[in-house]
Design a binder for this molecule. Structure first.
Ligand code: LIP
Length: 254
């Protein structure tokens, strides 16, 4: 485990890097975006690659013996040493369509243990961050999960992910929770969904077949804000079904 001086140094660099990357994305989003790959339920854009390259240069420039595990490359170090888990743009399809709901997500894992997470939304200039034992904050203000206990009072966010299978599974959940929760949302960014759970804006987030880089930073935020995460491993490297909530509302995965 890292000592507190190291943790503070890593945390400060992660916040500065997420903010700088977010500003670069927002500036580039005003122009033409190059689409590199298109599937039915997903898009890959060059700005994802460029942003991860920027983040890698910032982090490895300061910490050359660390490792990167990101959506756009980097193989990490199998949970050994210090790994930065990066989603350079979470909510890529939103960004590509001009929907201002996306973020930069950076987490740090030491010997397999997540120690910090940063999620920056450049559109709203909201920086959600947390480190182990230090609580969670949004723009410096402490945040906590919601106190709601009843499903009929809860707002939930469900993610459809990227495959036909994950869409079908999510539809089953959608039908169940549309009938029983107060409201449902599908906002297209797992990391912002988790940041909103940590901030008490929504009461839970569920998604099938999500990757570690989508949820690593949000996990630290939610656990430091008093919430609960259940990850169920799926086929593929660090793929999960995720249920993240305030730990109070009963959310059976139907
Ligand atoms: C996205 C997730 C979202 C999921 C999308 C996609 P990306 O991540 O944040 O929750 O539903 O399919 O995986 O690809 O924008 O980094």
């Amino acid at each position: 485990m890292s000592d507190s001086v190291q943790l503070t140094e890593w945390h400060e660099k992660a916040v500065a890097t997420a903010r700088a990357a977010g500003k670069r994305i927002a500036a580039a989003a005003a122009g033409e975006l190059q689409i590199n790959e298109e599937t039915h339920h997903d898009l890959k854009i060059q700005l994802d690659v460029d942003t991860q390259n920027f983040i890698e240069a910032e982090l490895l420039g300061m910490f050359p013996d660390h490792h990167i595990l990101g959506e756009e490359g980097g193989s990490g170090n199998d949970g050994k040493g210090v790994e930065w888990i990066v989603d350079p743009i979470d909510g890529t399809v939103n960004l590509a369509y001009g929907i201002p709901h996306y973020c930069v997500s950076i987490a740090c894992r030491v010997e397999g243990e997540l120690v910090l997470g940063v999620i920056f939304d450049p559109g709203r200039d909201e920086c959600f961050e947390a480190y182990r034992g230090g609580g969670a904050r949004c723009n410096g203000q402490a945040i906590r999960v919601s106190p709601r206990t009843e499903l009929q009072q809860a707002i939930l966010s469900l993610g459809f992910s990227k495959t036909r299978e994950s869409v079908e599974k999510c539809l089953d959940l959608y039908v169940h929770y549309a009938r029983n929760a107060r409201k449902l949302r599908a906002m297209g960014s797992a990391a912002l969904d988790m940041a909103y759970v940590a901030a008490g804006r929504i009461d839970g987030y569920i998604e099938q077949g999500i990757s570690i880089w989508d949820i690593a930073a949000g996990r630290v935020l939610i656990e430091e804000a008093g919430g609960t995460i259940v990850l169920t491993e799926q086929p593929g490297r660090e793929k999960f079904h995720v249920k993240a909530w305030n730990g109070k509302v009963d959310l059976p995965l139907v």
